[in-house]
Design a protein around this ligand. Structure first.
Ligand SMILES: Cc1cc2nc3c(=O)[nH]c(=O)nc-3n(C[C@H](O)[C@H](O)[C@H](O)COP(=O)(O)OP(=O)(O)OC[C@H]3O[C@@H](n4cnc5c(N)ncnc54)[C@H](O)[C@@H]3O)c2cc1C
Length: 330
């Protein structure tokens, strides 16, 4: 374990942060001694992947496991899918390219999402009409409370919109590998705006390349301007509430979310509350995308959290809608 480990280059917000201890984890077996050390010192332990969905406090008084378990293996056919297993430390976008380019389509709509494979199930990542749950088969995880090893299938993972059993118990399970099920009979999903001018018989590489281009045009590049992507979930409300809001606020995008529920656009609400381009110290709301909070250079966790609180307060006041923060405050 390295003491006083600098995490500043390990989070896409570029926030200055240190951990009391951190260690690279390159195999599932590496976790056991680390858990033992954390327990012996009575310190909390957290897993960090690519740091693209966290807001790091200046100091984490605990042990950070830097997830670096690698590995890619095509396991074979399973019903009408091909199973492929990945180590939790693999880079998500790289495995999307790796599968699509070798004729295993299914992940192309999820291209360019930063971070690691192991983090993908935590919030059931999603983009352009596809979520991880649509391609998920199983995962292996270690229960950090007692070191026991568990397998989770789709049902046990309890996926929902940006939710899972893992997100509901932060820090409890350390994901070590993820097995995806890629469809043998594939049809492009190009129904989403930005893709819907592509022909129905388009190939997966073209869809992936289009997703990469559209995302690069819409989202600020975190390597240049620190950010964690969408800062808030799109709120899900009952459909009556959504209809009433849409009637008083023409133009509000409302999407069906099943079971008499509707999904609202958090970005639209934030923009209409007047926050697009707004600044709080060195933190700000992207001038191009109201759902993205950015670090304009030297922003602190305190500034980001204060800006987020200001946005939540105004959106609640103006629309009566509660926004929920997406990146975990660590
Ligand atoms: C520019 C940008 C665009 C984005 N676009 C999208 C998008 O389109 N859709 C989307 O869903 N998300 C998006 N995100 C969010 C983010 O990329 C994903 O949530 C990603 O899966 C996080 O991966 P990570 O490895 O960086 O996780 P981290 O930020 O390192 O961790 C996130 C959470 O997962 C936990 N965690 C990480 N690895 C493990 C593990 N192996 N086991 C257990 N817990 C773990 C951490 O403790 C933390 O709570 C975007 C982020 C950015 C910066």
């Amino acid at each position: 374990m390295t003491p006083e480990f600098d995490l500043t280059t390990r989070n896409t917000f570029g926030l200055s942060s240190r951990a009391r201890f951190a260690a690279e984890v390159t195999s599932a077996e590496d976790l056991e001694p680390l858990l033992g050390e954390a327990r012996a010192r009575n310190l909390p332990m957290r897993i960090l992947g690519g740091g693209s969905n966290v807001v790091l406090r200046p100091y984490f008084d605990g042990v950070v496991a830097l997830m670096s378990i690698m590995g890619r293996e095509v396991l074979g056919e399973h019903g009408d899918t091909t199973l492929v297993r990945f180590g939790a430390g693999e880079n998500w976008h790289e495995i999307v390219e790796w599968t699509v380019r070798q004729g295993l389509p299914g992940l192309e709509n999820l291209a360019s999402i930063p971070g690691t494979v192991g983090a993908a199930p935590i919030q059931n990542i999603g983009a352009y009409g596809v979520e991880l749950v649509d391609r998920f088969h199983a995962l292996s995880a270690i229960d950090t409370t007692d070191g026991s090893v568990h397998q989770f299938d789709r049902e046990q993972a309890q996926f929902a919109y940006r939710q899972s059993v893992f997100k509901r118990s932060p820090g409890r399970f350390a994901v070590t590998s993820v097995t995806l099920a890629l469809p043998k009979t594939w049809r492009a999903n190009v129904s989403y705006p930005g893709l819907n001018d592509l022909p129905a018989d388009v190939d997966a590489v073209t869809v992936m390349q289009r997703v990469m281009v559209v995302r690069a045009a819409k989202l600020p590049d975190w390597r240049e301007t620190g950010n964690a992507g969408s800062f808030f979930h799109n709120p899900i409300v009952d459909s009556e509430t959504a209809e009433a809001l849409a009637a008083t606020h023409p133009g509000l995008p409302v999407y069906p979310a099943g079971e008499g529920r509707s999904k609202l656009s958090a970005g639209w609400l934030i923009e209409k509350a007047g926050f697009k381009g707004h600044r709080h110290g060195s933190a700000g709301v992207s001038p191009n995308h109201a759902l993205v909070i950015v670090n304009n250079g030297g922003a602190t966790e305190g500034e980001i959290s204060a800006l987020a609180a200001e946005i939540r307060h105004e959106v609640l006041k103006k629309f009566g809608v509660r926004l929920v923060q997406e990146p975990e405050l660590l």
